[in-house]
Design a protein around this ligand. Structure first.
Ligand code: CTP
Ligand code: CA
Length: 244
């Protein structure tokens, strides 16, 4: 394919894309994770590179190689992902959160490998149950929503607006859940996919998505290769940049 490089429609733009799932440690050998492969996020990063953007790809643990020409920062946990996003966000034009961020993490990861209860001790306990105490992770995307007031009555230069795009992997009530997330996180776009379909969602090379716009418009895209979904998403982000 033609590499547009510095002449593409994202030329001179700085974009941050998060990809993959996060791993939240339980003990030194175990973690809480999810089924995200990172393919959608890596496709978005490659497409942005080909359109001329400077791309920072913040990636959870995935099996994909670092794409040529893209700065990749690898992280494990949601808190590390948040720190990586925050430390590069000031001069970014676009943030696309395609990562499946773990909503909860173990409150206190054990310093040593947790042992199972065995033998006599087990017979004496009431139950074989074992529980983990979890606490909620920060919401990276929501915490970056522009404060509603501010910006007025300030002599400082109006800060360049950050375009924020979210993803939502849903198993039910896709439309209602997506609309709610778009509004609650004050997003410019939200890309929702039905992860119960075999041709969409985690680990597949294709995706069937709905794109929700802040003005209420919804587009129902056909099943497409993730690389084509990535192109469709950037086609919709570029017009936001034109006015800046
Ligand atoms: N997200 C985030 N930080 C989190 C959780 C989610 O930035 N701690 C982002 C995801 O990367 C995605 C969007 O928010 O772009 C929606 O994620 P999703 O998990 O679908 O929504 P949640 O707000 O976590 O709601 P729930 O999982 O309860 O449906
Ligand atoms: Ca979530």
């Amino acid at each position: 394919r033609l590499v547009l490089g510095r002449s593409g429609d994202l030329a001179g733009r700085r974009v941050i894309i998060t990809a993959g799932g996060t791993h939240e440690p339980i003990d030194p050998v175990r973690y809480i994770g999810n089924r995200s492969s990172g393919k959608m996020g890596y496709s978005l990063a490659i497409e942005a590179r080909d359109r001329g953007a400077h791309v920072l790809l913040i990636s959870g643990p995935v099996a994909l190689p670092a794409p040529y020409g893209i700065e990749v920062q690898r992280v494990e946990t949601a808190v590390q992902m948040r720190d990586a996003v925050y430390s590069s966000i000031t001069d970014a034009d676009v943030l696309i959160m395609s990562a499946a961020v773990a909503d909860f993490r173990p409150a206190e990861p054990a310093a040593q490998k947790i042992k199972k209860v065995s033998g006599q001790a087990r017979g004496q306990s009431e139950t074989d149950a074992f529980s983990l105490h979890l606490v909620q992770n920060p919401d990276i995307l929501k915490d970056l929503a522009e404060p509603l007031q501010e910006s007025h009555n300030r002599n400082e230069q109006p800060r360049r607006r950050l375009i924020r795009v979210g993803f939502a992997a849903e198993t039910e009530d896709i439309i209602a859940n997506a609309r709610h997330k778009l509004a609650a996180k004050q997003l410019d776009l939200l890309v929702a996919n039905d992860v119960t379909r075999s041709d969409s969602g985690f680990a597949t090379d294709t995706n069937k998505v709905l794109i929700f716009h802040a003005d209420g418009a919804v587009e129902d895209l056909p099943v497409m290769a993730k690389s084509d979904v990535a192109a469709a998403i950037w086609d919709r982000v570029v017009p936001f940049l034109g006015t800046m």
